[in-house]
Design a protein around this ligand. Structure first.
Ligand code: NAD
Length: 498
């Protein structure tokens, strides 16, 4: 069953080139967060389901690796065209199961496709290096080869894009691949795998295993899996990183975040407000690059706050599919209740509610929290330190840029940080001193395009090779270094073209 026919049907896994039911698994409802409707039921697959996928991926490995690199790139071109032809289905599926607005979902799908476009360059990006004459008549070269069977475990907030931070690069480099989507949003990848199913890929090159914790733990321990990519919350990222490393696997684990936006007194206020609103309330704050703490420097506070409050109050909350809606629901009733509790706690701890989104005027069957602003927050308060992952913006005041940078660097997270100013000198200081891996200058969501790495730091990232960009080829290949010399006389040589 696929996402194009919502209902209570049970989703299949995709293993060895076939849609396959999970054997005897428990089922979980997949719901539409805009109204609580059940869209489908996802199996929580077990060890045997994962093992079947690992065996298929291992079997496919020699055959897929033997496909020439340009032909692997051609499969990626076809994947790009296939996704392009289904992009509206993909976007609607994202909105249906995750809740973000349809405009935001379309932007996510465009980013998903951009990942494939970036991976199409694999015949260039996978090249090795050679140095002639490292000694007399001795050459040394490094070539790149696939790592083997690679698996990715992904979160709910980007059902289309985040799996594609890994899949096209992994298979482009000659690996085979197993995806474990978020059990909260498994529908969009059903469409992506329909597209993959229509390509000229050997069976077992790509596999989809639905499920939750049991599949994740199986991936971390399975001796047939060589590399693990994880994206999700910080505690699970740590668990994944440690357990996969203990099993001797290559691992990259992208975790949670708490991103700061520093506003200088000379910021262009109307543009700054737009940037902050998009960052804090886009996707209802459920982005790992969402700005959730504004740090105002000096008089920036009083210049910013009235315009920020008015623009926030004007945001339309509702179902992501509806015209004019700017803030959709959060992913589940559990997430809604947790976010409301965070707002209560922020008030108890001394924050002042400037905009209160705890009871928005929206479908009571849906999981809604309206955009919320808390002023008078200090950087010691839990709400300024912990990830809320909802449409909640806190405002912390700083006297100087130094103080603001100290607030940013006091966080245990280091995904993104932005500065709003017209001062080049302030930007240079900020860029140089801030302990976060992705920096925005007058940009609210500084998420890099596919061609650059998604380079979080500190508790936001465990590992050394990041997702997409040049790091993806590093992660999905092993280097082999060959030192050679030849004793016979050089002949005239004959050249063969494949
Ligand atoms: P999550 O950690 O709950 O789930 C992520 C994945 O881990 C899912 O596939 C889930 O099935 C699995 N999982 C959950 N709990 C587990 C457990 N105890 N043991 C083993 N596996 C488990 O995250 P989420 O709520 O789906 O996503 C939101 C989080 O992801 C936020 O913290 C957000 O910041 C983070 N995120 C980070 C990035 C980044 O690039 N750093 C990008 C997107 C999302």
């Amino acid at each position: 069953m696929t996402a194009t026919e919502p209902g209570t049907a049970v989703l299949d896994n995709y293993v060895a080139g076939r849609w396959t039911p999970a054997g005897g698994a428990d089922l979980l409802d997949v719901t539409n967060p805009a109204n609580g409707d059940v869209l489908a039921r996802v199996p929580l697959s077990g060890a045997a389901d994962l093992d079947a996928a690992v065996r298929a991926a291992r079997e496919a490995l020699p055959r897929w690796r033997a496909v020439s690199v340009p032909n692997r790139a051609r499969v990626l071109f076809a994947l790009r065209e296939g996704l392009e032809s289904r992009k509206e289905d993909l976007a609607r599926s994202v909105t249906l199961e995750m809740g973000k607005t349809i405009a935001d979902a379309r932007a996510e799908v465009a980013r998903m496709i951009e990942m494939v476009e970036c991976a199409c360059a694999i015949p260039t990006t996978m090249q090795g290096r050679i140095l002639e004459d490292v000694a007399r008549n001795v050459d040394c070269e490094t070539i790149r080869q696939p790592v083997g069977v690679c698996a990715a475990i992904v979160p709910f907030n980007f059902p289309a894009m985040v799996p594609f931070w890994f899949l096209p690069f992994a298979i482009g480099c000659g690996n085979t691949f197993i995806l474990k989507p978020s059990e909260q949003v498994p529908l969009t990848q059903q469409i992506a795998f329909e597209v993959l199913d229509g390509l000229d890929l050997p069976a077992g090159v790509v596999n989809l295993v639905n499920g939750g914790r049991e599949v994740v733990e199986g991936i971390l321990d399975h001796p047939g899996i060589d590399a693990v990519s994880f994206v999700g919350s910080a505690p699970v990222a740590k668990l994944v990183y440690e357990r996969a490393a203990q099993a001797g696997k290559r691992v990259q684990a992208l975790g949670g975040a708490k991103n700061h936006m520093v506003v200088m007194p000379d910021a262009v206020i109307d543009q700054t407000v737009k940037g902050i609103i998009g960052s804090a309330f886009g996707a209802a704050g459920q982005r790992c690059m969402a700005g959730s703490v504004v740090v105002t420097v000096g008089e920036a506070h009083d210049r910013l706050l009235p315009a920020l409050r008015d623009a926030t109050q004007a945001l339309a909350v509702g179902a992501g599919m509806d015209d004019g809606v700017e803030v959709g629901p959060v992913v589940s009733p559990g997430a809604r209740d947790r976010i409301r509790e965070w707002i209560d706690r922020g008030v108890q701890d001394g924050g002042t509610l400037v905009v209160d989104g705890r009871a928005p005027d929206a479908d009571p069957g849906g999981s809604y929290v309206g955009p919320t602003i808390l002023d008078d927050v200090t950087s010691e308060m839990a709400i300024a330190r912990e990830e809320v992952f909802g449409p909640v913006l806190t405002i912390v005041r700083a006297a100087t840029l130094d103080d603001a940078i100290a607030v940013v660097n006091g966080s245990r997270f280091g995904n993104g940080a932005s500065i709003f100013t017209e001062s080049g000198a302030a930007v240079r200081r900020f860029r140089h001193e801030v302990e976060a891996g992705m920096i925005g200058v007058n940009i609210g969501v500084a998420a890099p395009v596919a061609f650059f790495p998604f380079s979080g730091w500190k508790d936001s990232f465990l590992g050394d090779l990041h997702a997409h960009g040049p790091d993806a080829v590093e992660f999905f290949t092993r280097k082999k270094t060959v030192t050679s010399r030849w004793f016979s006389e050089q002949s005239s040589g004959r050249y063969f073209v494949e």
